[in-house]
Design a protein around this ligand. Structure first.
Ligand code: FNR
Length: 339
């Protein structure tokens, strides 16, 4: 089976199998919210764009006939719900232009959309520019995926120049740059390193949902480093780390978003906006486009109710919620001296 097709079916097979630390985050009830649902404004800003919803469809796929159909469907879902959306890594199209339409289909379906092009961290400046030009991307996402590469026998082994390449791209491209993980999370130190080279928007994309060490291992008979199936920092601890970072950056969150409640918790933990991949993909594959549009609309409505519940008029106001942490999140805070 094509590698991209395999990723999609394995992501669906493993969906919701990881321990999810959003369950260890608790809010404190406020009996006097002093707000009406009609007062709530869900909008947020990401990389200079105003988004009507504080969540978006994060990088997933492209590069085959099957994934072209998925990208078309995802773009329709995004268009009908006014969401920002990212393609999966366009590296396949940069190597073989006959695969380009599996990505450009998103722009055809969603001409007015905020669509992000996605590339890997080892990509050259020239290829980064080609990726942006492919469908006039509104912004570029660069993904960091070292654990995934190491689990693949044919994967990259040299990560020694990632920061330099990212810096060169950051200084050259004319659209905003977002640097993201792919589900292994980040620390305050990583965020500070990225901020020092000029990166302004970072998606910490943590553990708790899709695991690419698990997925890559399931693709082959001879398995490597299987103990890395749950490697990395969770999205929750990555957001707590981001809060400690000495850096002026916008933080996005993704990894393990199952519901509007998880989006809400990520926003309360300081995310500017929240990305979802595995849950939307699985819902789309199981229930189709119409049902997925309904799911997104339901999340948008539920978020309005949740903002009201805690008395937050805007997405920015959510950042000041008091939270209580249990279990592994509490242990992480102690070990990393986060108060
Ligand atoms: C991904 N993800 C991803 N990320 C990226 O930057 N480039 C990519 O090409 C892909 N490909 C991809 C394929 C599939 C099938 C899935 C489910 C995910 C990672 C994604 O953007 C996100 O960072 C993680 O999946 C964590 O979020 P979820 O899936 O737990 O919501």
């Amino acid at each position: 089976m094509n590698r991209k097709d395999e990723h999609v079916s394995l992501a669906k097979a493993f969906h919701n199998k990881q321990k999810n630390e959003f369950d260890a985050v608790h809010l404190i009830h406020n009996a006097l919210p002093q707000l009406a649902t009609t007062d709530v404004d869900l909008s947020t800003t990401v990389a200079g764009f105003t988004l009507t919803s504080p969540f978006y469809i994060n990088a997933i796929t492209g590069g085959s006939e099957k994934t072209k159909k998925i990208n078309r469907d995802l773009a329709i879902v995004a268009r009908e719900t006014d969401l920002m959306i990212a393609t999966g890594s366009v590296s396949a199209a940069l190597k073989d232009s006959s695969l380009a339409d599996s990505y450009t289909v998103m722009r055809e379906e969603y001409p007015e959309g905020k669509i992000l092009a996605n590339i890997g961290a080892g990509t050259s400046v020239e290829k980064a520019q080609e990726a942006i030009q492919l469908f006039h991307a509104d912004a570029l996402q660069i993904h960091l995926n070292a654990p995934q590469e190491l689990v693949m026998p044919e994967g990259d082994r040299d990560f020694s120049n990632w920061l330099e390449l990212i810096q060169e791209i950051q200084q050259t491209i004319a659209v905003p740059l977002i640097v993201k993980e792919v589900g292994f999370g980040m620390t305050r130190e990583t965020i500070e390193q990225l901020a020092q080279i000029g990166v302004k928007t970072i998606d910490v994309s943590g553990r708790g949902g899709t695991s690419f060490t698990q997925i890559e291992n399931a693709r082959r008979e001879k398995r490597e480093l299987t103990y890395l199936a749950d490697w990395g920092q969770s999205t929750v601890t990555s957001l707590l780390e981001a809060h400690e970072a000495n850096a002026t950056v916008d933080i996005l969150a993704s990894g393990g978003i199952r519901s509007a409640y998880d989006i809400f918790k990520a926003l309360c933990l300081g995310a500017q906006a929240v990305g979802t991949s595995g849950t939307v993909l699985t819902h789309l594959m199981n229930h189709g486009v119409e049902e997925t549009i309904l799911l997104i609309k339901q999340w948008q409505e539920e978020l309005r109710l949740l903002y009201t519940l805690v008395g937050a008029r805007t997405t920015n106001e959510l950042k000041y919620q008091s939270l209580i942490f249990a279990g592994a999140v509490k242990d992480w805070c102690e070990a990393r001296e986060i108060s």
